[in-house]
Every structure is written in C-alpha cells, then in structure tokens.
Ligand binder design. Sequence first.
Ligand SMILES: *Cc1c(COP(=O)(O)O)cnc(C)c1O
Length: 422
Amino acid sequence: MIPVQDLFEEARLLDSQDPLAAFRQDFFLPDSSVIYLDGNSLGRLPEKTRQRIAEEIDFRWGNRLIRSWNEQWYHLSAETGDLIAQVVGADRETVIVCDSTSVNLYKLVMAAIKARPGRFTILSDDLNFPSDLYVIQGIIQQLGAGYRLELIHSADGVSVQPEDIGKHLSKDVALVVLSHVAFRSAWMYPMKEVTDLVHHAGALMLWDLSHSAGAVPVGLSESGADLAVGCSYKYLNGGPGAPAWLYIRKDLQEILQSPVQGWFGAADPFEFGLNYQPATGIRRFLAGTPPVLSLAPISIGVDMILRAGMGNIREKSIRQSNWFISKVREHLVPAGFSVESPLNPANRGSHVSLGHEHAREICHQLIQGIPAIIPDFRKPSVIRFGITPLYTSFSDLAHAVIALEKLASASSFTGVPTGDVT
Ligand SMILES: *Cc1c(COP(=O)(O)O)cnc(C)c1O
C-alpha cells in the first residue's frame, strides 16, 4: 500500500516551493474538489477570459456594433498570431490565427504540394493525430494520379527516431508532416535535426504544434521549418472551439498560395473587386470572417504563458512529470501499469501516458470518483495525464497516484458504458 500521508506531505512541500503556484488563482475554479489533468485536451478557463467575453458581447458587439471591425476585430487574427509567435519562437508576422487546425493543415499542405512540382509523396508517421492523416488522405484523393501518403511505422508505439525518417526520404518526397509532440505517447521529435534532414532531401517540413505550443519551448524560426499549424484550446487555454493558427516562414509567404481564396485573404477585402489578388504576407492564408467571440480571448491565455515564461513552465513540467513517473514506477507498475511515454524528458512533451489492461474502466472510475480526477483515455489502453504547470499542483498528481493504486488493486472490472466522446 502507498504511504498516503507521506506522499501528500511530500507533494505539499513541493507545492510550497513552486515559483509558478500563484498562477492557479488566475483560473476559474468553481469546484475546488475537481482534480483536472486533461489540460492537454482542453485547457482551463482563465478568470479574465470570462470578463473579456462579456466585454466583447456587451461593449464591442452590443454598443460599438460594426465600428468594432475597424476599432479592433479586423486586426485580431494578426495581433493574436504575433503573441502566439512569441510562445513558439517565431518571428513577427509569421503566425496568424484562423479556422481549425485541420483546415489550416489543408491550406498549407495544398500550398506546399503546389510549390514542389514533380514530387508526389507526402511523408508522415503513424503516431500522428488522425485528423491530420484524414486531411492528407483527402488531399491525395483530390490531387489524383500518382500522389501518395507514406506512413513511417513506430516500432514501439511510442517513438520514431530521426534515422527512420531519413530512410524514407527520397527525391519523390514533397512534404513531411509530423506532430512535434505525439498526442498519445507525448514523444517529442528533435525539431531542428528532423527539419535539417528533410531540407537536405529537398522537401518541405510542416510541424503540427498542437501539443507543443504552451507545453514545451519551441524554436520555430531557429529550426528553419517551412510551415506549422497548432490549436489554441489545449495548453494555450483559448477555450473550446477557439480558432487555430498557422505559421509560414517569412521568405515563403509570397511564394505560397492558399487554396481557399476568400476575401479576408485578398489584398484589399473592402475594394470588392471581382478578381482575387492575394494579400502580401501571412494574411493571404485567411479565408473568411473569423469567429470573433472565440478569437478575442485567446490573447488572455497566451499572455499568462508569456508572463510565466516558457522556460519556467518547461522546468516545472519536467519536475512534475519526473516526480509523477517516479511514483508510478514505485507504486503503480507493480499494480499492472506501464509508462507509455518516453522516460527521457528531452524526448517528452507535457503529458504522461500510462498503460493498463483495464485502462478504459480505470479512467472512467477516476472521473466518477470522489474527488473527481479527470485525465483522458485513448484507445486501446492508455490513460493520459496532462501536466499544465500554470494550474497543475504536485498534490493533484499525488491524488491521481493514490486513486490509481486503489482502483487497480480493487481488481473487479465490469466494463464501462460506451458513448462518451472523450
Ligand atoms: C488537437 C489537435 C488537432 C485539432 O484539430 P482541430 O481541427 O483544431 O480540431 C490537430 N492536430 C493535432 C496534432 C492535435 O493534437
């Protein structure tokens, strides 16, 4: 059995020494008994976001009406993009906020393929987020004859080594699309090393940073990567359905063309000319009117990250993940759990995945328990624990370890009602 009191005492001491502890109070915490370990899927609600949305509705929409487009709304996509750029180490005017990650991926993959005529292969891996693969499969169908998606297979289900990518690169590869941090295992690629390999083969590199932005420091400009996409509702705490973002390296912006030529990406949307002329710069990858009420509060979550500092966030994330993994190995591996994330923090994002034969039911019971502990389950047998240093405490993690041990040792599993979507 776990020495419960000792574990809580150790956690409380670590919490008392945590330089980021105060940020937790900046989030809306209506039910302090809920232990939330799913910020890698949907980030918590910042307190100021509630005020900001009320202001958008009452003042900007209600009071200022259409004048708000000039006063603020028209500039939000680019301004918020510049803030996110600071989180992912990108230059100014290389990031813009719009659409969903899937739609942004579509736009960038189509543009990239057109920029590499005579090359017919898009390379990705089987750790990638399914939506990314679906989008690419659709593009392959649309492009027709000769185009193909090639998937690199992960031998251990956790990681893919850069050498494996090297083996698949050829003169036929136009574009490589990878998640920098894999959604299931948290495996993190060495971004610059992989980007260099891909460029050496003459292909373009597109990173999906959905599980990286706000989770790990990213040196996007420094890596030389061509393209990137990411979402705003995970570690950036932008809220459900907050629009996503896309990155295009400065020197490519005038070469690439969006396949969705809407008026927001036109040189002068309010000219109302009959023929499309693309805007200069990153704006040309906008399509239509952005979802303003979801876009406006993204800057609140991003600002908190910039104030805390990505370096400090990463430092705490590694400290918490290592502590959690060490307790898992001590107390939970003997109870049938396995660690399904890389043990070396240099290759791991900011969540920890645990495997168990009855993972689905254990996850369900954690959420139903008192206190409710909320991670998420991913097929076939993994529970993901999101470490979000702005509001995750060591005590939260101690609760999780204790509850997991109790559930696994109860050892009567009767099945879970199906139908939940997460
Ligand atoms: C969360 C996530 C997405 C989300 O895509 P949407 O189209 O914004 O819903 C895409 N890719 C990855 C890698 C993700 O983790």
